[in-house]
Design a protein around this ligand. Structure first.
Ligand code: NAP
Length: 284
């Protein structure tokens, strides 16, 4: 049996990053008289989304970042949502905007995301941010992918020339994390629901990113011995997309769920909100 994988402690790294963001927020507030402000927009009352937004706002408060919450009824139309987000984009007191995903099946979420001004897109969800990420230009990273890269860097995972396999291709997670890995000179393979013989591809991965949304979907048979395994999945019951017990005897490094990718997402959001405020207040 292989030795057990080392854990990648996202909670600890996130704490450090949030402390840094809090120090920078306090310094910015003192120098400019204005505290960074994140607007959170929630459509409807899906319990998981309500919890995520509450968690993000609580973290903001602890870090000295103001948050302005806009709760809209589930029946909100795309036009109304776009109008609300456009108003926040034009409001100089708001430095960052987060639209909680999913906004609801009747909403054109892409249209709503695109109403976020690029300089306030601290969640990294607009086409502008995706293009900047893909071209390696300055801009805000999609938060979960950005958090994953910070975690890989913290654990000194060398990505150049490595084969990274991303299982999942969503706009907020799979696609952008692949782009960030490509930007670090990894050779990237994307897998999705139409991929045939998934295990033969994932077993080639030096770095395996699970972004599927299915509990314990990837087992030991999917993992190359010695691989770095990042489990971005967050399924009911605090279960990831990777069968942790099976994976930890094969991987060299692995993220736990909870305590891996999740806290890094919020830490990246807070860091990018302070970055946005500093740029808008001309106090970089
Ligand atoms: P999503 O939009 O539902 O995308 C899931 C992806 O998985 C799709 O690309 C889908 O392929 C692929 N997939 C589904 N079944 C598959 C199969 N049998 N084989 C291979 N690929 C398959 O989900 P998401 O928003 O990216 O989220 C994925 C997971 O990450 C969820 O558990 C979510 O809760 C979690 N998440 C966590 C955080 C965090 O902060 N920790 C943030 C965001 C998301 P198709 O494109 O072909 O449909």
């Amino acid at each position: 049996m292989s030795p057990e994988a080392r854990l990648m402690d996202g909670s600890a790294l996130a704490r450090t990053l949030v402390e840094q963001a809090a120090r920078r927020a306090a310094d910015l507030t003192e120098r400019t008289g204005t505290a960074p402000c994140l607007a959170t927009v929630l459509v409807g009352d899906d319990p998981a989304s309500v919890t995520y937004v509450r968690m993000k706002r609580n973290r903001c408060a602890k870090a000295g970042i103001l948050s302005r919450h806009v709760a809209l009824p589930a029946a909100t139309t795309t036009a109304e949502l776009v109008g609300t987000i456009t108003a926040l984009s034009n409001d100089p007191e708001v430095h960052g905007i987060l639209l909680q995903h999913p906004a609801g099946p009747h909403i054109d979420e892409r249209a709503a995301f695109e109403a976020i001004a690029p300089e306030k897109d601290v969640d990294g969800v607009t086409c502008h941010s995706f293009a900047a990420m893909s071209f390696g230009l300055d801009g805000f990273a999609s938060c979960t992918p950005g958090g994953i890269l910070r975690l890989l860097d913290h654990y000194d995972v060398d990505l150049a020339g490595k084969h990274a396999v991303v299982v999942g291709r969503s706009a907020i997670l799979g696609k952008p994390v692949g782009m960030l890995l490509l930007g670090r000179d990894a050779t990237v393979t994307y897998c999705h629901s139409r991929t045939t013989d998934l295990a033969s591809l994932t077993r080639e991965a030096d770095v395996l990113i699970a972004a599927v949304g299915r509990p314990r979907f990837l087992g030991g048979e999917h993992i190359k011995p010695g691989a770095v395994v990042i489990d971005a999945g967050s399924n009911p019951g605090n279960v990831g997309d990777v069968d942790f017990e099976a994976a930890r005897t094969r991987a060299s490094l692995i993220t736990p769920v909870p305590g891996g990718v999740g806290p890094m997402t919020i830490a990246t959001l807070l860091t990018q909100t302070v970055d946005a405020a500093a740029a808008q207040l001309n106090a970089v």
